[in-house]
Ligand binder design. Sequence first.
Ligand code: SAM
Length: 281
Amino acid sequence: MSIINGALYVVATPIGNLGDISQRALEVLSAVAVIAAEDTRHSGQLLHHFGIRTPTIALHDHNERAVSESIVARLQAGEAVALVSDAGTPLISDPGYHLVVQARAAGCRVVPVPGASALLAALSASGLPSDRFIFEGFLPAKAGGRTARLESLRDEPRTLLFYEAPHRIEASIAAMAAVFGADRPAVIARELTKTFETIQGGSLAALSSWLADDANQRKGEFVVVVGGAPVEASLVDAEAERVLRLLLAEMSIKQAATLTAKITGAKKNLLYQFALEISAD
Ligand code: SAM
């Protein structure tokens, strides 16, 4: 394949199953001058597996700003560079943000080579609403910060996605049950694409017991998918609902919600959510 001189390629790698590497990722990794890797030893094993001999340099959270400068200099000198992280898509709870910012600021071309990402793999198999979702990455490690973050998300109507570490999964699910309510539906997606892949759904209370009952289910890597807060029809009063329904017959959901908010003084976001629900019926 022809590689673009002076381009930074942001290359996704597998999250477990090596079969998920793309043909284009292999071609790019073979063709670039150098691969910036979160952990050169870890990525070295992947590259060795595919017979790729491109040199690597380390780019991780602790040296990213400094190393980015030298990588941008190489890009400006016409070299093509690839960026990979240990697994999945770089920049998604992984290093690379500062490099991409610096490369773009310097006018260099940044080319994505898409592939695996644990959050989309989990969402795609979760059976929870996938039309609108938000990704929250890792929750704060300490209990106080975690609860505060969860409280800020309590009324979020979109599906929520979190990454979680094995030593915190039980505490996080318990905290979610306490803040979002024991009945809120959720899915724990564990060890995706690997031998012990498990995708377990249930209420947060049921998932808490499931984790407590089986130590094996607390091992490995996790994505937690949580259903959004239900939008209570009662939050939209009868008059606002009447106006909204009339306007929905004549115009788009967005226009109807905006106009109903102006006419009735009800909250536009709430009306919009409610309009989405009644239009889907
Ligand atoms: N850049 C990666 C991506 O695109 O998904 C994520 C990197 S982040 C440092 C690692 C976290 O992603 C893990 O702690 C876990 O929450 C999630 N993760 C990565 N691989 C996974 C897998 N195979 N199954 C479930 N979760 C995974």
